[in-house]
Design a protein around this ligand. Structure first.
Ligand code: NIG
Ligand code: FE
Length: 410
């Protein structure tokens, strides 16, 4: 495999946090090497240091990036990437004031996407997902968590899970596959949600062949904390790691449940309470925050990121890319929204999208920072510094993307 050298770079390493995510006072530590060089071979980072500090191998392909910003590949730790169809028809309803959860209660929202995916072929789901994955890569994303959850029956969930597998096989991207069979109560189980909970539990052994994580949409009117706990405890028995859509629209104790179950992350958390945050901090559960969803749902409500920082809850950021509550793949825009609404610094948003996101999907030993021995996942941004990314918003700053030591986008 070809050796690759990137030199004359402003390297943000995020080094030193593979043992645990950045939190509290250290959140936003960048580990910058100005005028830096990195060498990658066999898919890994061999060396990183100052320009001139080590010999450049003769057989290497050298990229002089002329002072541009080089960061770890971005990790998007919460997406609903594997789906077919779209819901632009609901956009005007929402603008006119219809709440997102009411659209769902009336059979639209997630259930509309379920309808579209039950009708779609596996190829249609795969092709649309591949197109969207390519767009993610163009923004600098090199690892993607991707959930099922638009089937709610095994046949359709399987089409989504197979899509995750195929995306992993046909690209260089790491796809973290998550089974979200408990994403909504399907219409035919409306009057008997308990029976649907049992159905989801029955799907677990087969789903385990395709997914690392199990997730549940724990929310008033969707799955109760008791039902969520039952599903996730069963999932753990089958060897799944767990995460949770928690405390998004009303507080239900989802954060507490995530802590109790030893989840790698609890996501959304707009309504999380003090106790929930304290328990998450204690158990090291990463808060995956999704400001694009608050923005797009016009909720005026954003997760209490500053209280989380104070309480030392580690924070990651994600797109929540999906056809309803957040139809964007763009992490650079999410960073802007996180700065303006959570008052995170640009440096904190980058830590949240790299090393902390890697922790939230259990992969911080391999990705999330530029350190010797880690995977060669690196983005070159056409930016002089980190602040520039969220500051100059609405465009893409990506200059080139390397995955496992290979140039995959420029
Ligand atoms: O994370 N909250 C639940 N699920 C998704 C929304 C999916 C959809 O609207 O299609 C979310 O926001
Ligand atoms: Fe989601």
């Amino acid at each position: 495999m070809e050796k690759i050298v990137i030199k004359n770079a402003n390297i943000v390493t995020m080094a030193g946090f593979s043992h645990g995510p950045q939190k509290g006072k250290e959140f936003g530590e960048l580990g910058v090497i100005e005028g830096g060089t990195l060498i990658m071979s066999n898919g890994k980072i061999d060396k990183v240091g100052k320009d001139g500090e080590f010999e450049i191998p003769e057989d290497a392909k050298v990229y002089d990036v002329e002072g541009r910003l080089v960061t770890p590949g971005l990790v998007d730790p919460h997406t609903h990437l594997a789906h077919y169809g779209s819901r632009e028809n609901e956009y005007t309803w929402r603008i006119e004031g219809m709440p997102y959860i009411d659209i769902l209660k009336n059979g639209g929202g997630i259930l509309e996407t379920v309808r579209q995916n039950r009708l779609a072929t596996e190829e249609q789901i795969f092709e649309q997902s591949m197109e969207n994955l390519k767009r993610m890569i163009s923004f600098g994303v090199t690892t993607v968590e991707s959930k099922s959850g638009y089937g709610l029956d095994w046949e359709t969930e399987l089409k989504q899970l197979k899509t995750n597998k195929k995306l992993q096989e046909e690209t260089d991207i790491d796809i973290v596959s998550t089974f979200l069979g408990a994403h909504a109560i399907p219409t035919d189980f409306k009057n008997n949600p308990e029976e649907f909970v049992e159905k989801v539990i029955e799907m677990l052994p087969q789903a385990k062949e395709y997914a690392t994580y199990c997730d549940v949409f724990c929310e008033e009117g969707v799955f109760t904390p008791e039902q969520s706990e039952r599903i996730l405890l069963e999932a753990k028995k089958h060897g799944f790691k767990v995460k949770l859509h928690a405390d998004e629209i009303v507080p239900t104790g989802g954060a507490q449940l995530a802590a109790k179950l030893g989840a790698d992350s609890a996501d959304h958390l707009l309504c999380v309470d003090e106790e929930g945050m304290e328990m998450m901090a204690k158990e090291g559960v990463v808060a995956v925050l999704l400001p694009g969803t608050s923005f797009n749902l016009m909720t005026d409500k954003y997760a209490p990121a500053q209280s989380m920082i104070e309480k030392e809850v580690p924070i990651a950021l994600a797109s929540d890319f999906n056809p309803g509550s957040c139809p964007t793949e763009n992490p650079q825009l999410i960073m802007t929204l996180a700065c303006l609404n959570y008052k995170l610094t640009p440096a904190q948003t980058l830590a949240a999208y790299t090393i902390n996101a890697a922790h939230s999907v259990g992969m911080a030993d391999k990705i999330g920072s530029i350190e010797e021995g880690k995977q060669g996942d690196v983005v070159v941004f056409d930016c002089p510094n980190v602040d520039y990314i969220p500051y100059r918003f609405g465009i893409s700053h990506t200059y080139s993307v390397f995955k496992k030591g290979k140039l995959i986008w420029e």
